[in-house]
Design a protein around this ligand. Structure first.
Ligand SMILES: [Ca+2]
Length: 107
């Protein structure tokens, strides 16, 4: 399966001061670095990521230098239909993000 990552929108950032520093992991491996993003901002991507067999859990993380990194949340990729754009909220008590992506089955 290929993950076509299209957009990451920050509805509400995690950090109180400065911007969030976001990266995305799948099954523990970093597959995309979103970088600095603040509330109300959206970043667009054109990333096609070939997923390993068994890849399932997509996690959104926010990097902190002093305190441990914050996990914003995770989604189960197996829950989503393929070949159609998905817009999925990933959030916790403090932060809220919206991911736009399409899953493409490997032929
Ligand atoms: Ca943080």
């Amino acid at each position: 399966m290929t993950l076509f990552l299209e957009s990451v929108a920050c509805i509400k950032q995690d950090d109180v001061t400065g911007k969030d520093d976001i990266y995305i992991q799948i099954n523990g491996a970093t597959i995309a670095i979103v970088g600095e993003i603040a509330s109300g901002e959206e970043k667009h991507f054109n990333n096609q990521i070939l997923l390993a067999n068994g890849a399932r859990w997509l996690e959104l993380w926010e990097k902190d230098t002093i305190t441990p990194n914050d996990k914003i949340g995770s989604i189960d990729l197996l829950q989503y239909n393929t070949d159609v754009k998905q817009e999925v909220m990933i959030e916790n008590e403090s932060a809220s993000y919206k991911l736009g992506f399409t899953l493409i089955p490997t032929i």
